[in-house]
Design a protein around this ligand. Structure first.
Ligand code: DP6
Length: 340
């Protein structure tokens, strides 16, 4: 399975580098790359190809400006890769280490060539803030600088997708659509910026629990595809939501965005709940927060939430209401999305 997986990914690499450019030695001894993280308003949930992360549906996200991951690379001379995340060494039998090294293998010019990978994230890593999205995208940017690849952003998005699906959206700023594509080789499956702006739109992070999530999004989405009776409804729901969300961005309608993005996240979690063994990312505090948000909305506040593969909520609201929102959620972390 591992070999097959590598072959499929390597086919993509060969297409992008047009057969002749790999393997090659890096142009520099050290390099650095930054990529912002992103939050989906219309979710990516389920793959049509697990080896090269091809999604069942398109998805749409917003990038968090300046919030994400910085990866620094330097040559390792002792015969193995070393990974440090926020100052802590990552054990070489952990999932994080194995996934990163697997990805690096795609670009390794020689089997005895190794790297020190130093990753710093300025987002709460445990809060379900798509750390794999910005992590893989920043590693890719750092590799690009190390090898001095001449690739455009679409090609970079395809390469980032090989590390983690949602990473293909972290190549761009602002609102980003990831086109599902239909090709088996995935060359039409990449992120693309939508160029809509929404000054005054603000994201708030409500962390209810900072513990590591019980089941990874990768595993959870696969189990959903394999066992959820509701999953057949999901692609239809996404197609509708995607077009309404784009419309809401075009005309800057908060209520249209609110009703669609929140219901998209709830529908995704409904597919998970109907999987077996069930996948439940809700904690009592998650539900309590939802009721609080619905209550505030009933009283006229423009606010909605979205939730990914973890118990925390991300809320969206307008800058003019920040003081009021902060008063209701004292522990909130506020991130403006379109900095003037
Ligand atoms: C719930 O991109 O982490 O955040 O492709 O297996 O690495 P892999 O999955 P990943 O899944 C993200 C799922 C999500 C929704 C989203 O970001 O669209």
């Amino acid at each position: 399975v591992q070999v097959g997986l590598f072959v499929k990914k390597y086919e993509v690499i060969k297409t992008i580098f047009q057969n002749d450019a790999l393997p090659m030695m890096p142009k520099h001894k050290e390099a650095e790359g930054f990529a912002p993280t992103n939050i989906a308003l219309c979710k990516y949930w389920g793959k049509r190809d697990r080896d090269i992360n091809l999604p069942v549906t398109s998805s749409l996200s917003v990038t968090l400006p300046n919030k994400g991951s910085t990866t620094r690379l330097s040559m390792a001379e002792d015969g193995m890769d070393h990974i440090v995340l926020n100052g802590e060494k990552i054990l070489d039998d952990s999932q994080f280490y194995l996934r990163t090294v697997d990805y690096l293998n795609l670009f390794r010019p020689r089997s005895n060539w190794h790297l020190n990978i130093d990753i710093t994230m300025n987002i709460p890593v445990a809060a379900g803030l798509a750390s794999s999205a910005c992590g893989f995208a920043s590693l890719l940017f750092a590799l690009k600088n190390l090898f001095q690849w001449k690739l455009n952003k679409r090609e970079l998005s395809i390469l980032a997708r090989l590390g983690s699906g949602s990473a293909c959206r972290s190549i761009w700023n602002g609102f980003v659509e990831w086109h599902a594509g239909i090709r088996a080789d995935g060359m039409d499956s990449f992120g693309e910026p939508l160029y809509y702006e929404w000054p005054g739109l603000v994201l708030g992070i409500l962390t209810v629990n900072a513990n590591i999530k019980p089941i990874s999004s990768r595993e959870a989405m696969q189990r959903t595809v394999d066992s959820s009776v509701l999953y057949t409804a999901w692609p239809k729901k996404v197609a509708q939501d995607l077009s309404i969300i784009k419309q809401s961005l075009r005309v800057r309608s908060f209520s249209l965005l609110c009703g669609t993005a929140e219901s998209n996240a709830l529908a995704m979690h409904a597919t998970m709940l109907s999987s077996w063994p069930t996948i439940c990312y809700y904690l009592p505090e998650t539900i309590a927060l939802m009721h609080q948000i619905w209550d505030l909305r009933r009283h006229g506040l423009q606010i909605f939430f979205t939730q990914d593969a973890g118990p925390n909520l991300k809320i969206f609201f307008l800058e003019k209401d920040e003081k009021f929102v902060r008063a209701h959620f004292p522990t909130i972390e506020v991130i403006p999305l379109f900095v003037k």
